[in-house]
Design a protein around this ligand. Structure first.
Ligand SMILES: [Zn+2]
Length: 168
């Protein structure tokens, strides 16, 4: 971790497997320093600058864009405390998806994206499998094996899981 690799509590695996960042010495257009970790996800705004992990975490990207409604996600989020909603939308690297989806919220707190339904470590957790079953049931399907398009979310300060099915 460290200054160049800030932790994102709503997307703690953002640096894994090239999910949201890649190692790069390209210069960040926001802070004018080498990125170290360059953001590879979407920026939903008028412009989409080269941006580093630092400038996403500390909110400098928002100031640079001058757009108080920009987003790093193609999602809907409702029922969350406004400051937490803003942290998810603007200071959390986006989760790649085929379709816009509803980011899970429980007790006014957004959940954290923790991985995909093909991750054996997650599938070994009973609560994760239950959440996957429930999500498939909701769309009238059955879960019958690893599901890379199942997005798994977990409470930050709790053990409840929710799953979003993102079929292409
Ligand atoms: Zn930067």
């Amino acid at each position: 971790m460290g200054d160049n690799q800030p932790y994102f509590r709503f997307n703690p695996g953002a640096y894994e497997d090239g999910r949201s960042f890649e190692r790069s010495s390209d210069v960040c257009e926001v802070c004018s320093r080498p990125c170290v970790w360059k953001y590879t996800g979407g920026v939903y705004a008028m412009e989409s600058p080269v941006v580093c992990a630092r400038c996403i975490a500390n909110g400098e990207l928002g100031k640079f864009l001058g757009d108080e409604h920009f987003s790093l996600h193609d999602i809907e989020i409702s029922g969350a405390e406004p400051r937490l909603e803003k942290e998810v939308l603007q200071r959390t690297p986006g989760v790649a998806c085929y379709n816009p989806f509803e980011w899970p919220v429980l007790d006014a707190k957004p959940l954290a994206f923790v991985g995909y339904g093909e991750d054996q470590g997650l599938l070994d957790i009973e609560a994760v499998r239950s959440a996957i079953d429930a999500a498939f049931e909701e769309i009238g399907r059955r879960f019958d094996g690893p599901a890379p398009y199942a997005l798994v979310f977990k409470e930050i300060e709790g053990e409840r899981y929710r799953v979003v099915i993102d079929l292409n």
